[in-house]
Design a protein around this ligand. Structure first.
Ligand code: E4P
Length: 237
């Protein structure tokens, strides 16, 4: 299972890339807004979409996929933007939003004819994952907590039920998906989500920086190291 970073924060991207713990980056409009101020501070430049994407690809090693997302008013507009942004780097993967009018499928076809890899995003069900897979997308992105929100809001599901449901969607998607399409699971809100998704199974888990930071910690690890350090002191007396 690969770990991607769900962020456009340049400081965090540099940090995790330099430690070699991530194998890809995912972004979206909401993430860009969250990191807008930090971008302007770090670069001294006003926010401009092209500049942010350029700054991200400059900070990752060649061959590391960077999924970008943008909005468009039509499929023609989307295609034009995708071609333009892809010129910034060969590592750019274009996120294509799932929709019920099949625009996404036309876009996947048009983009793959131009050798532009795609990541079908905002998937909330096994059915949608299967379709993204059938259309030949490079990645299919399942949104873990947003699936749970839907179950909670629509069926008044309790925490255990919504978790069991989302885990089963992740598991079935992982079992059913035919490679080379890879399953990405995102929309994580806490450390327990990581645990649940890892157990359910996926090709890739995309994790926000604050949760990735928490993954090093375990109380028993701290206790064990303390114990060993105090023994070391005794050993060397
Ligand atoms: C994944 O690719 C998405 O960028 C992300 O995980 C969505 O998460 P959210 O539900 O927190 O917006």
């Amino acid at each position: 299972m690969k770990i991607f970073l769900d962020s456009s924060n340049l400081y965090d991207i540099e940090r995790f890339v330099s430690m070699r713990v991530i194998q890809g980056i995912t972004t979206n409009q909401k993430i860009l807004l969250k990191d807008k101020e930090a971008f302007e501070k770090v670069t001294g430049k006003p926010f401009k979409y092209d500049d942010v994407i350029r700054a991200i690809v400059e900070r990752v090693p060649r061959g590391m996929p960077v999924s970008i997302e943008f909005s468009a008013v039509s499929t023609t507009d989307f295609l034009e933007k995708a071609i333009k942004y892809r010129e910034l780097s060969e590592d750019i993967v274009v996120k294509v939003p799932m929709d019920s009018k099949w625009d996404w499928a036309h876009l996947v076809k048009a983009l793959s004819e131009r050798d532009i890899p795609t990541n079908i995003t905002a998937l909330m069900s096994v059915e949608q994952v299967l379709l993204a897979n059938a259309a030949g997308a490079g990645y299919a992105s399942l949104f873990y907590n947003r699936m749970k929100d839907y179950e909670r809001e629509t069926f008044d599901g309790k925490e255990e039920e919504t978790t069991a449901y989302a885990n089963s969607v992740v598991r079935r998607s992982y079992d059913e998906i035919k490679r080379p399409t890879q399953l990405i699971v995102g929309s994580l809100r806490n450390l327990k989500d990581v645990w649940e998704i890892v157990y359910a199974g996926t090709d890739i888990i995309t994790i926000p920086p604050n949760i990735l930071d928490q993954m090093c910690y375990h109380p028993k690890t701290e206790e064990t190291i303390k114990e060993f350090d105090s023994i070391w002191e005794k050993l060397n007396k």
